[in-house]
Design a protein around this ligand. Structure first.
Ligand code: LLP
Length: 432
């Protein structure tokens, strides 16, 4: 479910009017619903009940401290991909001992930092990295917990830029070489403690089949590695897709449990029903690394209409949020529902592109979209932008980063201040 809906003609996040927030904090403004995040955590956790499991939220999806704090307070762990993400987790009240560290290019300082903080496990992606971690752990007089990421060569059937489990992708070690790599670690890396095996085949998966294919392929290998090297866990990564199309309709509380819902082919129950029976017989701890599922539908980007422009080929609604605030539409052809904060009274629509102020043709939030009549000063909400929205934002065109608000019932907390012009040049120096 999510918590964005019209109440008396005005779009609310839980009990808070998005228009009021926009007036108070300005736009562009990211607004998150803590109830949605908690609901999604609880649903996933419940569906995995039969397994000894740990949900390691993928911090990259949304790394605001307050969001991380909600997850930490639910008992969640974290999947991190940099020293910066570990720093955020710790500052947000999360436990380093519940963190897995992913990524193909960990640096010495990141590895040292993670070892000192005592993370749960490094998910290593190459033999060179394993040897590097071994060397650093030896220098620090520690044993580093490691898992190897397997590349199962399975097609996740998602956008090419977010497919990660095919052999031509940079991620993981080839399936056929895994046994040999574990044997090498065991024989030659005394400062590594073999702890698990990990995979992640891609993001925004909308059917269960690729998960089933990958798990089915990897489970026998996990079983073998458990026997040979005493594995403690198997992480099946993240990737659960969410509803983007007309996501406002998906707000009802029973959404996730409804079967046969065409615009949501992958319910959490369908996912659990498919993977839990395959994983349970392993008798291992199972880790899940959801990012988008946890926060995607929990966020909206509120933006203001600056101008309207009628071209000979297209009409444009020019807003104050751009591709620097939300890059998904242009980078992945991501489709986000755009809806006015004030509910339109008529059903009349006209086709337009919703574009930002950035000097790039790719700077759009929506293209050829049927929009109700809008006028200058109106607020629009770009829905389902809680995942990979703010966390991928940049200062391109010297635009200050947006503010972020976390709603909890009737309360709204400013959890990140809008950047100032001074913030933009902080740390820069003239060469004098
Ligand atoms: N685990 C690992 C190792 C990952 O690389 C990722 C995402 C996740 C878990 C979480 O995946 P999720 O549950 O969110 O699908 N920026 C893109 C998505 C990039 C995903 C990167 N890795 C987008 O906006 O669609």
């Amino acid at each position: 479910m999510h918590s964005f809906r019209y109440v008396q003609g005005r779009l609310h996040a839980e009990s808070v009017d998005l228009g009021h927030l926009a007036e108070k904090h300005g736009t562009p403004l990211y607004v998150y619903s803590s109830a949605t995040i908690r609901d999604h955590f609880t649903r996933l956790d419940g569906a995995l009940d039969r397994l000894d499991h740990l949900i390691c939220y993928a911090v990259k999806a949304n790394s605001n401290l307050a969001v991380l704090n909600v997850i930490a307070s639910m008992g969640g762990g974290f999947d991190i991909v940099s020293g910066g993400e570990l720093f955020r987790v710790v500052r947000a009240g999360g436990k380093a001992s519940n963190c897995t560290f992913a990524g193909v290019g960990k640096t010495r300082s990141e590895i040292e930092y993670a070892l000192r903080e005592g993370i749960y496990c490094f998910n290593a992606e190459s033999e060179a990295e394993l040897r590097f971690i071994n060397e650093i752990a030896g220098e620090l007089g520690k044993r580093a917990p490691v898992a190897v990421r397997v590349n199962p060569n399975v097609d996740a059937k998602t956008h090419a830029k977010i497919t990660t489990g095919k052999k031509e992708n940079k991620f993981g070690i080839d399936f056929d070489r895994i046994a040999e790599v574990y044997a090498t670690i065991a024989a030659e890396c005394p400062h590594l403690e073999i702890k698990g095996l990990q995979m992640h085949i891609g993001s925004q998966l909308t059917s269960v089949e690729p998960f089933v294919e990958a798990v089915t392929k990897v489970v026998p290998l996990v079983r073998q590695m458990k026997e040979d090297h005493g594995l403690k866990f198997f992480s099946i990564g993240g990737g659960l897709g969410i509803v983007y199309k007309n996501s406002l309709d998906s707000g009802s509380a029973d959404w996730w449990s409804r079967e046969g819902n065409e615009s949501h082919p992958l319910t959490i129950q369908a996912y659990a029903d498919a993977v839990v029976p395959l994983l349970e017989p392993l008798g291992l701890r199972i880790l899940f690394e959801p990012g988008r599922f946890m926060v995607g539908n929990a966020g909206a980007l509120v933006t203001k209409v600056l101008f309207e422009k009628k071209g000979s080929a297209k009409d444009f609604v020019i807003v104050d949020a751009g591709m620097n605030d939300l890059i998904r539409p242009t980078l992945y052809e991501g489709w986000h529902q755009v809806t006015p904060v004030e509910k339109p009274v008529s059903t009349e629509t006209h086709k337009a592109d919703v574009v930002g102020p950035i000097c790039e043709t790719g700077d759009f939030l929506a293209q050829d979209r049927d929009l109700p009549p809008v006028k200058e000063g109106d607020y629009l909400a770009v829905l389902s932008s809680g995942a990979y929205g703010f966390s991928m934002a940049s200062n391109y065109n010297s635009r200050p980063l947006a503010a972020e608000v976390l709603v909890d019932g009737k309360e709204a907390h400013l959890v990140r201040e809008r950047q100032t012009l001074d913030d933009l040049i902080r740390g820069e120096h003239l060469p004098i």
